[in-house]
Design a protein around this ligand. Structure first.
Ligand SMILES: [Zn+2]
Length: 120
């Protein structure tokens, strides 16, 4: 039995002897296999950086005083929003100078409670 198929790797027409054949030849089959492994590895790297980010967030949460950037990262909001909260007085911050705002991590929790109440 011969089947006209299209190679899944190079998109060329080829004649396959079996219905399960996906590639025009060994070369494409090998390249496709290598690509598959490479894609898998890239996926694993992305997962790793995600867990690293998570770990970093946990470390940040255990810190007593946070910068605007750290607060924004923890709340998953933009730095602008974090500044807005501070300027609105919703997020108490101490200003130690230019670009040196510090927010107590305890205030983050109370901010959360306040906002949750507002939703009711
Ligand atoms: Zn091919």
């Amino acid at each position: 039995m011969f089947l006209a198929k299209i190679c899944e790797f190079c998109n060329k027409d080829f004649i396959a002897k079996k219905t399960v054949t996906k590639f025009c030849g060994v070369v494409c089959a090998r390249k496709a296999y290598k690509k598959k492994i490479r894609d898998k590895k890239i996926g694993e790297v992305e997962i790793n950086t995600d867990t690293q980010k998570q770990e970093k967030l946990v470390v940040l949460k255990n810190q007593k005083y946070l910068t605007i950037a750290e607060v924004a990262a923890i709340l998953k909001i933009s730095k602008r929003s974090a500044y807005l909260y501070v300027s609105q007085g919703r997020l108490p911050a101490v200003n130690f100078g230019v670009r040196c705002l510090r927010i107590s991590s305890l205030e983050l929790d109370s901010l959360f409670k306040e906002n949750a109440n507002e939703m009711k």
